[in-house]
Ligand binder design. Structure first.
Ligand code: GUN
Length: 286
């Protein structure tokens, strides 16, 4: 028996359609949500993400403001742009694409974004609000994972959740969200001893380490729900392929449900970005 596929593509289309419906109503009142995306440098993967964000923002009926800056942009110039976007009433959400070039101080830039416009949920204030269970902007990838888990499992209360990966972008906020839903949460990482044993206890396994197929099927508890956040580019059989952190074929044999790569978590991230932009706009206009 193989586990069910969690179709992030279909789910994200649904979320985007609901956002677009709400945007239509706002526009009738003369309000158009606006998202500003800042890209520094020419990282090809980041350029693809930013282009897709722009397309989907416009498809949802929102305004998209793209700011592409050269790789040698100074910290002062980037901070000045963030200040300008903070002050612009047409901009409800601001996203600075990561990673930034090495000479720039990412933390300083992220913490300069007005917290109410921080649709990435990376500002230290939003991180603190989430950690203390208060209303905050929530990082898009973990938010998308949570939506899929709730849709699949309903009430998550009391379930054992294991998150493999401790990044600020995914692992830590994912842990906070699952804790808020009353899961028993373990954060595992590259130094965790007997990682297989830890994973086998998981009713919910979230893989977010960025290593191709490091989680094999025999680390999965039978019937578990597996969310694979990894997007790893590998060369195989003379072709470039995108694979997750989970070995999909063997894991699907054991899991109750699993997200594919691509087509699982990825599409949900942009859908949640649009949902966060809508939320920021609604809060701004009251
Ligand atoms: N780079 C990879 N993922 C993300 C994300 O969720 N937000 C931003 N700003 N940059 C990223």
């Amino acid at each position: 028996m193989s586990g069910a596929l969690i179709d992030g593509k279909a789910f994200s289309a649904d979320v985007r359609a609901r956002v677009a419906d709400h945007v239509v109503k706002l526009k009738e009142q003369g309000i158009t949500p606006g998202l500003a995306v800042v890209l520094v440098g020419e990282d090809p993967a980041s350029e693809v993400y930013v282009r897709n964000k722009g397309i989907q923002t416009r498809e949802a009926g929102m305004n998209s403001y793209e700011h592409k800056l050269p790789a040698d942009t100074t910290q002062d110039a980037l901070m000045a742009l963030v200040a300008q976007l903070n002050a612009d009433p047409a901009v409800h959400g601001i996203l600075v694409q990561l990673p930034l070039p090495d000479h720039l101080d990412s933390e300083a830039v992220l913490n300069a974004i007005e917290p109410a416009k921080d649709v990435d949920g990376f500002h230290i204030l939003n991180v603190g609000l989430l950690a203390t269970g208060q209303k905050s902007m929530v990082a898009c990838t973990p938010l998308g994972c949570l939506m899929m888990l709730r849709d699949r499992l309903g009430d998550l209360s009391g379930l054992n959740a294991v998150i493999v990966g401790r990044s600020n972008i995914v692992g830590k906020p994912m842990a906070q969200l699952l804790l808020r839903d009353s899961c028993t949460v373990t954060i595992a990482h590259s130094r965790t001893r007997d990682l297989g044993e830890v994973c086998r206890r998981a009713d919910i396994l979230v893989a977010a380490v960025g290593r191709p197929r490091i989680i094999p099927g025999d680390w999965i508890k039978p019937g578990a729900t597996v969310i694979d956040v990894g997007i790893n580019r590998i060369e195989e059989d003379g072709k470039t392929r995108l694979v997750g952190d989970v070995d999909f074929d063997s894991a699907r044999e054991v899991a109750g449900a699993i997200t594919p790569v691509p087509g699982g978590v990825g599409p949900m991230t942009i859908a949640c970005l649009l949902a966060n932009t809508l939320t920021a706009c609604c809060r701004a206009v009251g």
